[in-house]
Design a protein around this ligand. Structure first.
Ligand SMILES: [Zn+2]
Length: 191
């Protein structure tokens, strides 16, 4: 009995060290390192390769990154807008995959966000990720709150995007602390 308590108190697994993914435990409410699941890692790696390439291509085509553009969303319609510095605008369907706070490394899956943050129109990608997690018993996809670094946040977003067959990922700072990670369909120019 004392041994159990000792082990628990000495456990370092509740302190996120900035590497990998930690899962919020339903039992003790602490965060524990996610189990090693090679199939899950392979799925993320494949999505990363695919989405990095297709995102880059679309950023260039629609001048989305590093071109002084602006973004905004209509969550009720599930539409994402990019406005270029020259005023030209493109738009696309999107999903809000998750919300991430840099300082605390806290990730919240879109499907776990309150209704004020996520709508039926923009939860397709995170919902598909959750369903895949249930199917394969991958807890990183079925636990609403995780601890992870920005690299892992991109990976989860890329994987959710691949499931929704959205070719682009994007992140945007929404306030002082939080980033939103998006999966976005192929944009079209506004006419
Ligand atoms: Zn626990």
């Amino acid at each position: 009995m004392f041994g159990w308590f000792k082990k628990k108190n000495n456990s370092t697994s509740d302190t996120y060290d900035g590497e990998g993914i930690f899962i919020k435990c339903e039992g003790c409410e602490n965060y524990h390192r996610a189990p090693d699941l090679p199939d899950f890692d392979d799925a993320l790696k494949a999505a990363c390769a695919q989405l990095s390439e297709s995102s880059q291509r679309l950023y260039e085509t629609f001048k989305i990154r590093g071109h002084d553009g602006r973004w905004n969303v209509l969550p009720e319609e599930g539409t994402f807008y990019f406005t270029n510095s020259d005023g030209r605008r493109c738009f696309a369907d999107f999903s809000l995959v998750g919300s991430w706070i840099e300082q605390t490394h806290s990730w919240m899956w879109g499907w776990g966000l309150p209704d004020t943050h996520i709508t039926d129109a923009n939860r397709k990608a995170p919902d598909l990720a959750r369903a895949k997690g249930i199917e394969n018993d991958w807890p990183c996809l079925t636990t609403a709150m995780l601890l992870l670094n920005d690299h892992e946040a991109w990976h989860l977003t890329e994987y959710a995007a691949s499931l929704a067959q959205y070719p682009m990922v994007y992140r945007a700072k929404v306030n002082e602390k939080a980033w939103s990670f998006f999966a976005i369909d192929t944009p079209v120019w506004e006419t």
